[in-house]
Design a protein around this ligand. Structure first.
Ligand code: DX5
Ligand code: ZN
Length: 219
């Protein structure tokens, strides 16, 4: 079954406690939290303090996506704040192998994300050290962008690389522009976790949205 990770970037922050409860009641699997530094990406969003507050209200695991330069500097802050999965960008970290191991040594699952312009082949020598690979299907920085169609080929290429290496536990997460309409294609190409920001939080009925994604992606 494909897992869903609503991105709270598109939630109503004036009602965050209610949004967290309703997301959980809808049957989501994770909270996706987008951390942006205004340097790696043009936008500035959430820091460890908000992650800590979400952790107090949430029972679901927190999937924290660091879109920041030199993420190694902040790994400990975000794990202390409650990140269960901590994903860093290939393009932003100088020593990926050591940062992934730092994340795991602090008790979180370690994820690596690549931008739309970074080839899947760049991950060849780091796959063994990651728990999750996140493919960006939009250029990171903002919610509500359109899914880049070439991402489907990248998902399939990553899936076959993972299968060839026998790394059955590495999960593929896809982030950006995922909707009820393209969920079947994205999951069909090999995605295990679908991030959904605007398509989830702008929907009228969160539960129906999750159910629709499950139905469309049932294998
Ligand atoms: C983009 C973020 C995404 C975004 C997803 O930089 O990493 O997680 O919030 O939002 P949608 O689903 O609206 O593209
Ligand atoms: Zn994200």
């Amino acid at each position: 079954m494909v897992l869903t990770a609503p991105s709270i970037l598109s939630a109503n922050f004036l009602e965050l406690g209610r949004e967290i409860r309703e997301t959980q009641e809808a049957g989501a699997d994770f909270f996706h939290i987008d951390v942006m530094d205004g340097s790696f990406v043009p936008n500035i969003t959430i820091g460890p303090f908000i992650v800590e507050q979400v952790k107090k209200a949430a029972t679901l695991p927190l999937d924290v996506h660091l879109m920041i330069e030199r993420p190694d500097r902040y790994v400990k802050n975000f794990i202390d704040a409650g990140a269960d999965i901590l994903t860093i960008h290939y393009e932003a970290d100088r020593h990926l192998h050591s940062t992934l191991n730092l994340i795991k040594s602090l008790g979180a699952k370690a994820g690596v994300s690549i931008n739309p312009s970074t080839p899947v082949s760049a991950l060849e020598d780091i796959l063994h050290d990651a728990d999750v690979i996140m493919l960006m299907s939009v250029n990171p920085g903002f919610g509500g962008q359109r899914f880049i169609p070439n991402s489907l080929k990248k998902i399939a290429a990553l899936k076959s690389m993972i299968t060839q290496k026998g790394l059955t536990t590495v999960q593929i997460e896809v982030d950006g522009g995922v909707t009820i309409d393209n969920a079947a294609d994205v999951a069909g190409a090999g995605a295990d976790i679908l991030v959904m920001g605007s398509a989830f939080y702008n929907s009228k009925n969160y539960k129906e949205t999750i159910q629709a994604v499950r139905e469309k992606t049932a294998r």
